[in-house]
Design a protein around this ligand. Structure first.
Ligand code: OGA
Ligand code: MN
Length: 223
């Protein structure tokens, strides 16, 4: 299997396998998985260095699909994003890790994940992303959503939690603290979710594994 990660020694591979197995187990029983300290420190630190060194000019206001006008956007989400193209060591290592996860999930759950897209995200103090879904039944090609957090020393009053709404009636949403190395993964069509207003700068990577929904007049995914 192709992996661009140059730090994937045997040790990390076996750690990844037990992590991937826990994630697969969570997804098949609950539809989502939240794991602390999921990425190995070397990869995390690379991604953290990368996002911290990226110039503010690389980040652009994120869109909200078909409602992509400014008034609506301001009401729905206020974060800034920068798509990951894999053109530096850190990004290549991240894509390599995501591809290993994709292959593992396909082998175990037969989800037929076909491609992966991801972006860095920055929430400045006050930024939020209101309750939304990453994909809707019928139009779906985003199958699995993943978020990795890059925030050291996140405090309980720093806000910015991810809330994942489960279907269990009367159950409060799953609350995820955006702490360094935590990974949240969920079935894109099944879980509405939101990001509560952050009280400090909040850094993350959000990504989506997609199925191939090409037909003869539309080649998809576009990248
Ligand atoms: C998204 C998203 C969650 C988070 O970018 O679609 O839901 O915790 N992000 O950053
Ligand atoms: Mn989302």
């Amino acid at each position: 299997m192709k992996s661009n990660a140059d730090n994937h020694g045997d040790d990390n591979d076996s750690k990844d396998v037990s992590l991937f197995e826990s994630i697969v187990d969570d997804i098949s029983t609950k539809g989502y998985s939240v794991r602390d300290n999921a990425l190995e420190p070397v990869l995390l630190d690379k991604l953290n260095d990368r996002i911290k060194l990226m110039s503010a000019a690389k980040f652009k206001r994120a869109g909200v699909g078909r409602h992509d006008d400014h008034t609506v956007k301001d009401l729905v989400r206020t974060d800034e994003i920068s798509w990951i193209e894999g053109d530096c060591d850190a990004e290549a290592a991240w894509i390599g890790w995501a591809e290993s996860l994709q292959a593992y999930v396909n082998r175990r759950l037969f989800l037929g994940l076909f491609s992966f897209e991801s972006h860095f995200a920055h929430y400045a103090p006050g930024d939020f992303y209101k309750k939304h879904q990453d994909s809707f039944k019928g139009e779906a090609n985003r199958v699995l959503s993943i978020v990795v957090y890059l925030n050291k020393d996140w405090l309980p009053d720093s806000g910015g939690e991810l809330l994942i709404y489960t279907a269990d009636a009367g159950q409060s949403p799953v609350k995820v603290t955006p702490a360094y190395g935590t990974v949240a993964i969920f079935l894109s069509e099944e879980f509405p979710h939101e990001v509560l207003p952050s009280r400090r700068d909040r850094f993350s990577i959000a990504g989506w594994f997609r199925v191939n929904s090409s037909n003869f007049d539309r080649i998809d995914p576009p990248k």
